[in-house]
Ligand binder design. Structure first.
Ligand SMILES: [Zn+2]
Length: 132
């Protein structure tokens, strides 16, 4: 259900983008999915492919790209990835449901501070290609 709602808003965003820019056709719609979002890529891909046919703009191709989660410590400036850590499975799961929960499970690997920001890997963004 979640994936279908997301797919709908992605298609709507693409339609809006197209109408704002006077486009009839989008050759490639790239969807960046934050690693911290709990989204099933296969279901989302299926939903997008279905909704694409009814979209108000022709979309030739849709590509889903996972965006890796990157964190940066506010105290020491260290940057690390989720894959650099050895979080237990249940912690990963909790983070996927509520990305903000990450602070409860993880501290800066260098200085131990919990004062850090999520640089990427959160939310969803789209990019549009017009040629190709
Ligand atoms: Zn630090």
């Amino acid at each position: 259900m979640h994936e279908w709602a997301l797919a709908e808003s992605i298609i709507r965003a693409a339609e809006e983008y197209a109408s704002r820019n006077g486009l009839q056709r989008i050759s490639l719609l790239r969807v960046y999915l934050g690693e911290l979002q709990a989204i099933d890529h296969e279901i989302l891909g299926f939903a997008l492919d279905n909704l694409r046919r009814e979209a108000g703009v022709a979309i030739d191709r849709i590509e889903i790209v996972e965006e890796e989660a990157v964190f940066r410590c506010n105290r020491c400036g260290y940057e690390w990835r989720l894959s650099d850590t050895d979080l237990p499975e249940e912690a990963r799961e909790a983070i996927h449901f509520v990305p903000e929960a990450v602070h409860a499970y993880m501290a800066c690997p260098r200085c131990g501070s919990r004062d850090y920001v999520v640089v990427s890997g959160r939310g969803v963004r789209i990019e549009v290609d017009l040629e190709g």
